[in-house]
Design a protein around this ligand. Structure first.
Ligand SMILES: Nc1nc(=O)c2c([nH]1)NC[C@@H]1CN(c3ccc(C(=O)N[C@@H](CCC(=O)O)C(=O)O)cc3)C=[N+]21
Length: 283
């Protein structure tokens, strides 16, 4: 049976740091605050929103929600973003993605002030990740994957790492971050030929396929470490990952479960970025 890599343990250390920073800010009469912009009612957005709000409450971070209907006009979204950009009481912004199809995601995302882009979605923040420069904030989900590996003492140097998924939200930035940690990285996607044999070659598998349970026992072998980034809501309304957990845990050495894995760490990183943004903006 695989060892479980639990988010809770990783969070404990991050949360201590966040609390200390929040206390320091509060001593200067500054309350760090997150702006949450949600368009429509996607279940995974709402799941993240609830977790983020709860964590804000626990850590003494304020938040304000900006809820827009799924059929909102682009100008309305741009107006909301300009409003949060100007509001000095809001230090970081979480804009859920993907956006409804009728909106120009590129234009909307890049309207966000880079110093408030705590989920690293603007082109400039993303460029920082790809060039290995300290520019803006890295996206929270791939950062959470790296944090889990680091916390459990899993060194990437020289390891074969397969990333499944090539999205800009997770797959591509995760590949760059792994490369920076000296891994030999392969990125698989829907056009990859014979994916099971490619994935079996990996020492570490980072799964961001975006589909519930698609990575089953046929892709895995013993000795592997599996990081499951997937957050899917199944028919019963429960969270599940992109890995078929029941099959995987019988085969691999270690795995992050869903829930209780990467998701909670993503939320911690988000809060850490908001608090850091509040510090930088009040210098
Ligand atoms: N720009 C953008 N960035 C995102 O990172 C992003 C997004 N849009 N759109 C939606 C998806 C979904 N997502 C979730 C993260 C955590 C939980 C979650 O439930 N976290 C729990 C723990 C769950 C667990 O234990 O695995 C918690 O923080 O306590 C859910 C969903 C982020 N996403």
């Amino acid at each position: 049976m695989a060892k479980l890599l639990l988010g809770k343990e990783v969070n404990a250390s991050i949360n201590e740091e966040i609390k200390a920073k929040v206390e320091k800010l509060k001593a200067q009469d500054i309350t760090p605050a997150l702006g949450i912009i949600r368009i429509g009612e996607r279940e995974d957005d709402i799941a993240y929103e609830k977790s983020a709000a709860k964590r804000c409450e626990t850590l003494g971070v304020a938040y304000e929600k900006f809820l827009l209907p799924a059929d909102v006009k682009e100008e309305e979204v741009l107006k909301t973003i300009s409003q949060v950009n100007k509001n000095d009481k809001i230090h970081g912004v979480l804009l859920f993605r993907p956006l409804p199809k009728h909106l120009n995601e590129d234009r909307i995302v890049n309207a966000l002030a880079v110093e408030k882009d705590v989920d690293g979605i603007t082109d400039l923040s993303m460029a920082g990740v790809f060039m290995g420069k300290d520019m803006g904030y890295a996206p929270c989900t791939p950062s959470a994957c790296m944090k889990v590996l680091e916390h459990y003492g899993i060194d990437c140097t020289g390891k074969k790492v397969v990333v499944i998924g090539r999205s800009l939200v997770v797959g591509k930035p995760a590949a760059m971050m792994l490369l920076k940690k000296n891994a030999t990285v392969t990125v698989c996607h829907t056009r990859t030929v014979d994916m099971p044999s490619v994935v079996k070659e990996a020492d570490i598998v980072v799964v961001a396929a975006g589909k519930a349970g698609v990575i089953d026992g046929n892709y895995l072998r013993e000795g592997q470490i599996v990081i499951d980034v997937g957050i899917n809501v199944n028919e019963e309304g429960k969270l599940c990952g992109d890995v078929n957990f029941e099959e995987a845990e019988k085969i691999v050495d270690a795995i992050t479960p869903v829930p209780r894995g990467v998701g909670g760490v993503t939320t911690s990183i988000l809060l850490e970025h908001v608090v850091d943004a509040a510090i930088v903006q009040n210098r």
